[in-house]
Design a protein around this ligand. Sequence first.
Ligand SMILES: [Zn+2]
Ligand SMILES: [Zn+2]
Length: 340
Amino acid sequence: MFALVPANGENTFRLAGARTRALYRRCENFTSPAACNWIVPVGNSQSAPKLCVSCRLNRTIPDLSKAENATWWGRIELAKRRVISSLVAMGLPVCSRATEDPQNGLAFDLLRSVPGGPRVMTGHDNGVITLNVEEADDAKREQIRLQMHEPYRTLVGHFRHEVGHYYWDRLVAGSTWLEGYRELFGDERADYGAALRKHHQQGPPSGWSRTFVSAYASSHPWEDWAETWAHYMHMRDTLGTAASFGLNSSIAGLQIDPFPKTALHDPDEAGAEDFLNFLNSWVELTTVLNELSRSMGQLDFYPFALPVKAVAKLHFVHRVVTSRQEQCAPALRAATGSAE
Ligand SMILES: [Zn+2]
Ligand SMILES: [Zn+2]
């Protein structure tokens, strides 16, 4: 992390103490309701991006002439920046479908249903993530959470789930991971529409909690992947934050039954031990955080119980992610506080 120091050019900055002499300016959305605090390298050409890595992913933003849309958009972009910064740290490709990579890039349509029109559905389709911006209305989101019998519903959670679908397309479809994916998560060629209809009409199968991270994950192999991916991102972000404040599981001194190495997807791969530490640190940390939440009369911090079968799926997601960029491994070790 570097401090910004003003440079000679108008509204330009350098990084204090950094080797680079590169110039930066604030993202153009700094003064918008998105209140983006990210920076953009100053380019020589007219076509150099004026929006940061996160903001330039937007294809559609809500109508800002309505005051509540501006408030909601601000909340949405805050959540989105958190998720995008994690994706960058994970070494994953983050390119704008609108301006950089029309074939494989990522785009966001942040939409609101109009009166009398069709309801905007949050979801992913071929690189485009649609978010119903009313999800940023706390009362509405809580109402939907209760209706859907969900233990957890947040903007960050929506983004983590939907980018999971996007990266399935990018990293698993047509790759050497596909066979292993089908063995663990099931065959994604099962009728998707019919599976979701069944889930919404009949609910999850009994005993789902022995196999899946959430009830919704049981609806279809794609949803299982997206839910597992979202949990993997919850873990990485939260454990990383805990480590940056010097919190690690040894502080808790808890006696938990750790997951054994045999629960992993591949107990013999080089990073298996690190991943197991990461996972067991998560169980310890969330045990403490849930107790803290209860002390304040709040809902559980992490209202889920990981079954052993989900551990193999989480390890699989981790292996797919780290196979993209080997330099992610030291970051993971830092997040868990385990030794080199
Ligand atoms: Zn920005
Ligand atoms: Zn989904």
